[in-house]
Design a protein around this ligand. Sequence first.
Ligand code: GCB
Length: 603
Amino acid sequence: MIFASIHVSASPFPAPQLTAAPESKPPQDLVANVPNRTTISLDGTWRAIVDPYEGGLHSRFFENHKVKNKQELLEYDFDLSPGLKVPGDWNMQRDSLYFYEGPLWYKYSFDYKKKDGIRPFLYFGAANYFTRVYLNGHFLGDHTGGYTPFNFDVSDTLVDGDNFVVVEVNNTRHADGVPTLNTDWWNYGGITRDVEIVEVPKTYIQDYFVQLAKGSLDSIAGWVKVAGTSGAQAVTIDIPEANIKQTVTTDADGKGTFQFPAQKLDLWSPENPKLYKVVLSGAGDSVTDQIGFRSISTSGDKILLNGKPIFLRGISIHEEAPFRGGRAFSSEDDATLLGWAKELGCNFVRLAHYPHHESMVRAADRMGLLVWSEIPVYWSIDWKNPGTLDNAKNQLREEISRDHNRAAVILWSLGNETPINAGRTAFFTQTAAEARAMDPTRLLTAAMNVTTKQGEDTRVIDDPLGQIVDVLGLNEYIGWYEHSIDTTDHTHWTTPYDKPLIVSEFGADAPFNRHGAADERWTEEYQADLYKHQLAMWSKVPFLAGMSPWVLMDFQSPVRQLPQVQDFHNRKGLVSDRGQRKEAFYVLQNFYKEKAAAAAPAQ
Ligand code: GCB
């Protein structure tokens, strides 16, 4: 054994890194539409070893070694180690892991029956933040980024019968990471979303993009990508309900593009979230999806859905589990959070500040909620570091690959509250180009927070990032972080950009059932009053195209420390983490009711 042969020192503390970290190896291109593929769930209780000193690599945990005789020295045993539930963050599963940041090793054993003609992938919905994956002792590869899926082709490593997967997840924060060291949300560690074996044929439809052609309401354009073979393949796109059947031939790289007429489509909208069954078949594979068709564009300061102006009645949401806390991961969590958004009267949700679970986006697709989807480029990241840019671009690519067929998603957000500087402009120029190249149909936005003052009362939204995006996003906290609530009464807004504006955040902290006068901080009355004034201020702004106040539900944050008020929670929720509606919930609900009535066509 390598370990024994190099372990020559008598010291019980071996020199660090006797087993070198494996050279970084990226996952394979994502298999699209995993929820509609044949999958075997590996969710359940995984054995876990907490490894704060990073000894697991040296001790070769990935081999899941078992002692062969009574003399053998081995200082770990997965099967005697306590379990952790997957999916699930580790912080909420054990008191001792509440604040834990570092490496933790998981092991899961499972049985598999190999099948002829099948190419199995080992798929992770997400693991935060850096992950190394081993199957049966072999290193498959690694992944950086806590909120997007990744998969490995395990055709050669998966065996008939007993298998074991070992995963090292490390949620250490890094200055050059995305996000960086400081955030206002919990750095939940672990395998936070489902793990599955995804079975596709040896030659398979790896990805496709089926949406209305940009600027059109009656033609579909896109592409399909076949993998696992070389040479041209014919793929048929079948939308039975729309009487569409078209065949596309792929090129030598496996990619085929198409555009064809699609008349009289029943267009997707919040009032009519129509999803068509779309079947792609060819090259020995067949995959079914549920796809809605709608257009999204801007005209001057308006957002147009299917060619008509729409006001986005939204709310910001963190991926925080209602009632139990921690990272949300189930369809019940999605239904609860989006159900509250519906009850508020929303037609739009801002899924902040990172890509949420695929099931959340699919639920929004079914429920008729438009989606703002964001990558965690948050506050001051390392703008000039090429590795940081690559990391952000990669998270963006994974987000777009996963969700580019969802009609609900109308906005890709490139970041949140970033300071103005040249490095940042260069950074966003590149991520914007990447997003537009991958998806020319959707709009780009970013939540900005720097404005300039004109005279006493006028604020100018003139951040240079406004040039890069299609829709301006603005976070502002008048009445909470700056000035008093009544400053809103005489504040006016203007912008040099002829673009629509979404007020992506405003809000105030109030623990549920904490009462006082309307000018007393940390009370429901204060929060409700702030909403009333903010809504009145924004109602006067002609280029306002929507809003997503901060935030639907209280969430855990290590920077929110005030005892008896915050207790490690950001309390800006309209709903408490136990689901109790605060007064401000009803203020916004009434406002949205009036907005919806004003927008409804006359009877
Ligand atoms: C912001 C951030 C958000 C915070 C919020 C707050 O501007 O975008 O992540 O949680 O303010 O409550 O301060």
